[in-house]
Design a protein around this ligand. Structure first.
Ligand SMILES: C[S@@+](CC[C@H](N)C(=O)[O-])C[C@H]1O[C@@H](n2cnc3c(N)ncnc32)[C@H](O)[C@@H]1O
Length: 247
């Protein structure tokens, strides 16, 4: 029997340690590139999911993080982790909210951080919409799926041409950031092994486990298709961190 594909997808996602490619090393390396933050910055993590990046940032950042997501089961898992690790609300607060309808006062944050979520709004649209909430001289750091090569394997071109037709290149995204009023401090490509170690590896295991329980489902095949495209075209694209400053 086929189950609801969305429920199948969510069950797999909830079994993963994170809900998009990324790593502690990459998050902390990018944070280390920011210069001029106050000693205790106020940080907003948008589309946090289970908030892996927020926990990783807290190791290297002495400030306060507000982590926002729409999906309560992710927030529940993140809150349980905070409790288990003794991270109090004085360091990390979770809010259920819509990243497309933020309601903070202008210039409330020193840093807006978002891994794997700005695509939901569109890269340029998200950068424009979020800018007012960061202080002048503060930073916006986002990771965004990005083409790295101009000559690409047909399988990647066709898959992502359908799944994410507006995917840009580093150059086109830098230009969008500048057009949105930011200074581009730098970019960093997420290493391809981080996709495997922290996301696709656990996803393969979660799919195998779920398939064992529910039997074959088209949604499992679709998730595996994305992994196959990655493995057959590795290097054509990756997540790229864009490190942007609001002048
Ligand atoms: C690809 S996941 C990234 C999660 C996390 N940052 C990570 O790297 O593991 C995108 C997240 O955006 C959340 N999301 C989707 N639409 C949203 C919206 N309109 N407002 C807030 N969060 C949203 C999803 O629930 C999901 O947790």
């Amino acid at each position: 029997m086929n189950h609801d594909p969305f429920k199948i997808f969510l069950e797999v996602q909830l079994a993963l340690p994170r809900n998009g490619p990324g790593s502690k090393a990459a998050t902390q390396e990018v944070y280390g590139l920011l210069r001029g933050l106050p000693a205790k910055p106020r940080v907003l993590d948008l589309g946090c999911g289970q908030a892996p990046e927020a926990f990783d940032l807290l190791d290297v950042c002495d400030g306060h993080i507000t982590a926002v997501d729409l999906f309560e089961p992710f927030l529940d898992k993140a809150s349980a982790r905070a409790k288990a690790e003794g991270v109090g609300e004085d360091r990390l607060a979770f809010e259920r909210g819509d990243i497309e309808e933020l309601e903070y006062d202008a210039e409330s944050f020193d840093l807006i951080w978002s891994e794997g979520a700005i695509y939901l709004m569109g890269f340029a649209e998200g950068l424009q919409a979020w800018q007012p909430f960061v202080k002048h001289g503060g930073f916006v750091v986002v990771s965004e799926l990005t083409w790295l090569k101009s000559k690409r394997t047909p399988i990647a071109e066709s898959y992502w041409g359908n799944a994410y037709p507006t995917m840009g290149t580093v150059a086109s995204n830098r230009a969008l950031a500048v057009a949105a009023g930011y200074e581009v401090i730098g970019t960093m490509i997420l290493p391809l092994d981080d996709w495997r170690d922290s996301y696709y590896g656990p996803m393969r295991e979660a799919i195998a486990d779920a398939r064992h329980r529910h039997g074959p489902q088209p949604a499992y095949d679709e998730m595996e298709d994305e992994i196959t495209v990655f493995e057959k075209s590795a290097g054509d694209y990756s997540y790229v961190f864009y490190i942007l400053k609001r002048p």
